[in-house]
Design a protein around this ligand. Structure first.
Ligand code: SF4
Length: 399
């Protein structure tokens, strides 16, 4: 198929450029190649090599700026097979974050092209991704409101805020760059979704690609914030629901607001997490950058000689939409109370207070730790509010 416009693009070229599009597998239909062939057949050594480079480039550089010479000169069939192979490799990688980082890198690579192609190609790719764009007068495009909301939610740039968008007949107008950015998000979501893989295929990949998988694990280590390796004093099972939700958001590769990222790092530090554990909590972020994250975590945790920044209190988190308590705190419904009654305690003012009441230890402030002893029952909580970090903040008049 040729696209309309002055620079027609045929199907093969389109699938080679965008191998995640539905139907791209037809590119290799005539080869009668099996998954086993792709993993083991010497004829496919070159595409496996490009596939490994794709996977490792994503692990290294999720901004997608790593140039892959082999990919640039590959034919459409090779491009597609290398993409498929990278996906198999990443499905077998020990850290789920490797897949998410690769998804970001591939999506950004697609963006670089989409931001520069004729409108026809942009519109065709959008249609095949299931978020159709419409050409409008004046070299503009538009997208359905529901698609806009779905794709723009993880984007933090102010110009994508829904409130700033003129809405006309249920559609939102876009220029080329914003349309390409939304499609980048559509690609990232599509690629970050884990795919079930047959146990036999996974075994084959693990056996044949152990070196590449080891290299992936070295570049994207398995988070140490969970499981038996977690520092004993950190108790994620006692974290308040807002903090648990922030962690989950990042783990599934969704975006977390600036305020949420700060709150999470500051909380984890006070709860006793070491720097590696805190950095690991951000590995799933769609825009994760190890050096920037380390810099920011370092800045938050080394404030005031290592005491770290004060994590925000409940009221602040609520104003940022980060408190997950629902309903009216003055008159919570039985369902609200059943969900997490502690969050409805009138005296609960701080996530660290929640953590302490549940039995967690706050370790970054030994002096206060000494003063405060966790309450053990609702009655005790009502009689005496345990000292919370909020008490030390001179800016809060209520304390
Ligand atoms: S009430 Fe406080 S501790 Fe509970 S979810 Fe909201 S912000 Fe977190």
């Amino acid at each position: 198929m040729a696209l309309r416009g002055s620079a027609p693009v045929d199907e093969a070229a389109l699938w080679g450029e965008y191998p995640f599009l539905p139907g791209a597998e037809r590119l290799v239909g005539e080869l009668a190649i099996s998954i086993r062939d792709l993993i083991t057949d010497p004829r496919y050594d070159p595409v496996r090599s490009i596939g490994r480079a794709r996977a490792l480039a994503g692990a290294d550089d999720p901004r997608g700026t790593a140039a892959l010479d082999e990919l640039a000169s590959a034919r459409p069939q090779e491009r597609y097979l290398s993409f498929l192979f990278a996906r198999l490799l990443l499905a077998s990688a020990p850290a789920p974050a490797a897949l998410r980082r690769w998804a970001v890198a591939e999506a950004k690579r697609a963006y670089d092209r989409l931001a520069d192609v004729p409108f026809d190609e942009l519109v065709e790719v959008a249609r095949r991704l299931g978020c159709p764009l419409r050409e409008e007068p004046g070299a503009r495009l538009s997208i359905d409101l529901a698609d806009y909301v779905r794709l723009s939610v993880p984007i933090r740039e102010a110009k994508f805020r829904l409130a700033a968008q003129p809405l006309r007949h249920g559609r939102i107008a876009l220029d080329r760059a914003r349309a390409a950015r939304l499609l980048e998000e559509a690609v990232r979501i599509e690629l970050a979704r884990p795919r079930p893989m047959a146990a036999e295929v996974e075994r084959l990949v693990r056996t044949r690609e152990s070196a590449a998988l080891e290299e992936l694990a070295r570049r994207v280590p398995v988070p140490r914030g969970r499981g038996p390796e977690e520092p004993a004093r950190l108790r994620p099972d006692l974290f308040p629901p807002c903090i648990r939700k922030m962690r989950r958001t990042l783990e599934v590769g969704e975006n977390l607001s600036h305020a949420g990222r700060f709150a999470l790092a500051a909380f984890l530090h006070r709860a006793g997490a070491d720097e590696e554990t805190i950095v690991d909590a951000y590995r799933g972020a769609p825009d994760f950058d190890e050096s920037i994250t380390r810099y920011q975590v370092d800045h938050i945790t080394h404030h005031e000689g290592g005491r770290g920044y004060e994590p925000p209190e409940c009221a602040t988190l609520r104003s940022h939409g980060l408190c997950v308590r629902e309903g009216d705190p003055g008159a919570p419904s039985p369902a609200d109370r059943a969900r997490d009654p502690l969050c409805f305690e009138p005296d609960l003012r701080h996530p660290l207070q929640y953590y302490r009441i549940r039995g967690g230890r706050i370790v970054a402030d030994p002096e206060r730790e000494e003063r405060a002893r966790p309450a053990t029952s609702a009655g005790e909580r009502g009689a005496r509010r345990p000292d919370g970090p909020e008490k030390t903040r001179s800016t809060d008049r209520r304390r």
